[in-house]
Design a protein around this ligand. Sequence first.
Ligand code: UFG
Length: 345
Amino acid sequence: MEKKKILVTGGAGYIGSHTVVELHEAGYEPVIIDNFSNSKESALDGITAITGQQFRCYRVDCTNAAAMREVFEQEPGLEGVIHFAAYKAVGESVEKPLEYYHNNVGSLVALLQVMREFNVTNLVFSSSCTVYGIPENLPVTEQTPVQKANSPYGNTKKICEEILSDVAQSASTLRSIALRYFNPIGAHPSAKIGELPLGVPNNLVPFITQTAAGIREQLTIFGEDYDTADGTCVRDYVHVVDLAKAHVTAVERLLEAKGDKIEFFNVGTGSGNTVLEAVQAFERATGVKVNYKVGPRRAGDVPKIYADVTKATEVLGFRTNSTLEEAMKSAWDWQLSLQDSVTNV
Ligand code: UFG
């Protein structure tokens, strides 16, 4: 039987590459688009090493509708699109708001226009728990009110969700699922793909692994005076492979034409851990100590957020298959596999 073809924008990126692998495992044919602005072609080699397949990859910027159109022409019969391609650094978005609006909002609009032209009607969109702002009640469900974003990056996710909702209200045949990610961490168990931050990592786990590897001298924990068990921020750390699988089940749901024209799902584990607990879990999982100090709070950090994942569990069959320690171990194995490489320093 012919495999169903799914276009994955940002397919060479962190979550994208893991999702390409899971799509293949589930019997789909992924086709990748990436402009490699925040990813490396080596991710494609990693995908090939895991799957034994070389998937077609187009070096295209998703804001370029004409170039996107060419991809759709060359790839007839696309059944759906998973749209990862976006900028994602909160701090950078404050410095470069126009770049973030152009890239993140512009690429979604261009993609939706081209999808409409080619009558491709299924879309999974990468959203974020950032849309909940600082929530009043925890855990957050999909009914938790969306709040004013506290960064241009966060606002692009909120605006993109609104665009999808507006399209769903119209006569459009588009069906979409927005997955609101909590904090994706870890790497594929093969250690052939993983997070590949360019330059100094913004996110906690790559900073931990690079510090443990001696690439960074010291991790700074941003604040220990929050109203949490040990004073450090609480997050919901979800293994990237579990998250990748949620995209596959979301695609399946769209292809079966189940549910409303637009649906939102939280994807986390359902439990929160403090930053200090995350560091300790890494140390326990790997036996490697992390040199850290406590510094001041980071501007814009949400003190505490974790997901209620009942909806994803019941509707998408979402499961958390690994513990925080296992996720940390996989991140460390990936870091070790990069040891000879200077590209991530
Ligand atoms: N942290 C440190 N030291 C570091 C890096 C992070 O203490 O060097 C702390 C942060 O203060 C935070 C936690 O580790 O408490 C997690 O920080 P990350 O930067 O890894 O992740 P965030 O929770 O800030 O950001 C994530 C996504 C964003 C998304 C945001 C929404 O990366 O895309 O959640 O809350 F917008």
